[in-house]
Design a protein around this ligand. Structure first.
Ligand code: GLP
Length: 244
């Protein structure tokens, strides 16, 4: 595991984007695992800029997203499909058919989970998986639990996760109660994992994830078993690292 700490979030965003851009330049048909939430927004802006400056093309890139809310239409402003369109896909030359997000509107959820796992297999191994970190240690929407799922599955969101995501909605009632998430097995299968963590509120959970026991109660702690994890944090998360 390699840990890099940055003095500010802007610098961190640029480096996170540079990791993915370097991969795509070296391997134009790379498979990227993508995340949503506030964490990747700055990195996606840098990727859009690089495309607009003509220094990269995504025309052969394939993407798979980690998760989606159950019950939000694809054009709902807070659906993760809509987030990806607005933040990234609409501004680069990626082919729409090469972008994959679970369908949270599927009537048969079990079938949708199976379909998404088939989609994941068809793309081949994810070259780089971008991950944010939930306040409770979740990655994707793999919430702390007595057991974790290997494959794509439906998740009941924990009250603290719904509260944390309330900021994107008008009220807590509007925050979906369920989501579909890529399983831990699929996440850990990626060749490289880029874990990006910002803000003092995440310091304690990042410490537990990186240095605590490996436990299903902190899903991100399973990353300790992955051979190639790059962790990017800002000073608020790792003040010791920034202050020597
Ligand atoms: C969300 C997403 C995660 C994300 C995490 C942190 O609910 N399902 O993929 O990494 O929670 O979100 P944020 O980046 O907004 O702090």
């Amino acid at each position: 595991m390699i840990l890099h700490c940055f003095k500010n979030a802007a610098e961190l965003d640029k480096v996170a984007a540079d990791f993915m851009l370097a991969l795509v330049r070296a391997k134009p048909n790379a498979v990227l695992g993508l995340a949503t939430g506030s964490t990747p927004v700055g990195a996606y802006q840098h990727m859009v800029q690089a495309y607009q400056q003509g220094t990269v093309s995504f025309s052969q890139v394939k993407t798979v997203n980690l998760d989606e809310y159950v019950g939000l239409a694809v054009d709902h402003p807070e659906s993760y499909r809509q987030f990806m369109q607005t933040q990234l896909f609409n501004h680069i030359d990626i082919k729409p058919e090469n972008t994959h997000v679970p369908n949270g509107m599927a009537t048969d959820i079990a079938a949708e989970c199976r379909r998404y796992d088939d989609v994941l297999s068809q793309q081949g191994t994810v070259d780089m998986q971008f991950l944010g970190l939930g306040l409770n240690g979740h990655i994707g929407f793999n919430e702390p639990n007595d057991s974790l799922s290997r494959f794509t599955h439906q998740v009941t969101l924990q009250p603290e996760t719904r509260l944390a995501n309330q900021r994107f909605f008008n009220s807590l009632d509007e925050v979906p109660t369920h989501a579909l998430s890529m399983g831990m097995g699929s996440i850990l299968h990626a060749k490289t994992i880029l874990l990006v963590v910002k803000g003092a509120s995440k310091a304690a959970i990042l410490d537990r994830a990186l240095n605590g026991p490996i436990t299903t109660q902190v899903p991100a702690s399973l990353l300790q078993m992955h051979p190639r994890v790059i962790v990017l944090t800002d000073c608020d998360v790792s003040y010791k690292c920034c202050n020597g």
